[in-house]
Design a protein around this ligand. Structure first.
Ligand SMILES: NC(=O)c1ccc[n+]([C@@H]2O[C@H](COP(=O)([O-])OP(=O)(O)OC[C@H]3O[C@@H](n4cnc5c(N)ncnc54)[C@H](OP(=O)(O)O)[C@@H]3O)[C@@H](O)[C@H]2O)c1
Length: 374
């Protein structure tokens, strides 16, 4: 109903100062600018609430959120999601067509809204979207791409080798496990201890995890035995660290000579110290990865490497090798007023920030859901 009455408005989740999401987020209905020759009217279909999105609202992320052209004091949250093209200007029509599914080409696109008007260079057309679920498409451009790059760009791995990772039940971790499995690699997956450890471990094994251990078991004899039985004479050469603290330190200890640990997240918010022995006796290499930088360096995401990566990931999804993350869906955007709309959205934000939540919070935009199945 809201949509039909206000089709020239976009409902947006905004903030005018940074801070805790519960204190600074609000919902505003803002007019959409008119369509121009270069512009594309997008109807957002779905978007996730990722840790980086929350960090951006809190003001502890290096890239600032999208600023609304019509009200520059307002920032719109959200860095990824999938949208459907609703209308295109004459020049934009050479690049996308109504009905196409598109992803933002760069971070800080402000995906937490129902509609947006963008220049055609700010989006990437999603190839063969018919084969994908909304969940897969909405969560494709950050976490699976991060997993793909970290498995490809740091160590030239051969099938049969073992990759180590902590935070293995995160969306990045689930993508790492599945891509590694599809490429013939084994994974040793570390998660925090929890009451439902066996159930979570089983879920990770069902998507291809070879071994799942508690963070308290990283230095156990059983872990060493498993590594020796699988890795044999080729000790692990790549570890992926999304947690930090003690967990990162213990991952580094499990690497072989010349091994590389790639840090991409710091969910524990704890600093980490690598053991001197790992550097001296094992020539440890400690690197970092940030998908946003990789994307920025590639001409707004339109270069061949980005297209090839998206093509590979979509193909894995089509072949059933790469599912979307475990997720909880919230339908949002057609509430009667801004207060009800904010309450609905905040329900998802609060679950996204809770400890051992187990599921990625993904928002489906109510106004465009019928279009998504066309
Ligand atoms: N560098 C990059 O380019 C890049 C790209 C994508 C994501 N990231 C980062 O990667 C991390 C994971 O992102 P995501 O979207 O995959 O996350 P997610 O699906 O929301 O999962 C969050 C993960 O963090 C773990 N976690 C939460 N609090 C923790 C704590 N205090 N100590 C240890 N682990 C904790 C959770 O484990 P429990 O189940 O035990 O709570 C879960 O595994 C984030 O830090 C994100 O910013 C970085």
């Amino acid at each position: 109903m809201w949509r039909r009455l206000h089709s020239t408005l976009a409902r947006c989740v905004v903030f005018d100062k940074t801070g805790p999401p519960t204190q600074v987020l609000s919902v505003r209905d803002v007019p959409l600018p008119p369509l121009t020759r270069r512009s594309v009217h997008l109807g957002m279909l779905a978007f996730p609430i990722n840790p980086a999105d929350i960090n951006q609202v809190e003001g502890v992320y290096p890239i600032r959120a999208h600023r609304l052209d019509s009200e520059p004091a307002l920032h719109v949250g959200g860095n990824e999601g999938v949208a459907r093209v609703l209308a295109v200007g004459d020049e934009a029509a050479a690049h996308v067509q109504p009905g196409d599914w598109v992803l933002p080409a760069t971070p800080a696109s402000g995906t937490w809204r129902t509609d947006m008007m963008v220049d055609y260079t700010q989006i990437v057309r999603l190839p063969r979207h018919e084969a994908l679920t909304l969940l897969q498409a909405a969560t494709l451009s950050v976490n699976p791409c991060t997993a793909y790059r970290m498995l490809k760009d740091f160590v030239d791995l051969a099938p049969g080798e073992v990759v180590l990772q902590n935070g293995a039940n995160s969306a990045v971790g689930q993508a790492v496990t599945q891509i590694a499995h599809a490429w013939g690699l084994h994974t040793l997956n570390v998660i925090r201890d929890r009451p439902d450890f066996d159930q979570v471990a089983q879920q990770l094994k069902s998507i291809g995890a070879d071994c799942v251990i508690r963070d308290t078991e990283m230095r156990s004899a059983e872990t060493q035995q498993w590594l020796q039985s699988v890795a044999g004479s080729q000790p692990p050469r790549l570890a992926l660290n999304g947690v930090g603290g003690k967990s990162a330190q213990n991952l580094a200890r499990l690497l072989g000579v010349g091994g590389t640990i790639v840090t991409y997240g710091a969910m524990s918010r704890q600093p980490f110290m690598f053991p001197a022995s790992a550097f001296i006796f094992n020539d440890l290499r400690a690197r970092g990865f940030w998908m946003s930088r990789w994307t920025e360096e590639r001409v707004a995401g339109r270069d061949a490497a980005k297209q090839a990566m998206l093509g590979d990931l979509v193909e894995m999804m089509r072949q059933g090798q790469l599912a979307g993350p475990r997720a909880e869906l919230t339908t949002w955007g057609d509430e009667a007023d801004a207060a009800a709309s904010l309450a609905c959205f905040m329900g998802a934000v609060q679950k996204a920030g809770s400890s051992m939540a187990g599921k990625k919070q993904v928002v489906l935009v109510a106004a465009h859901q019928s279009a998504s199945s066309e």
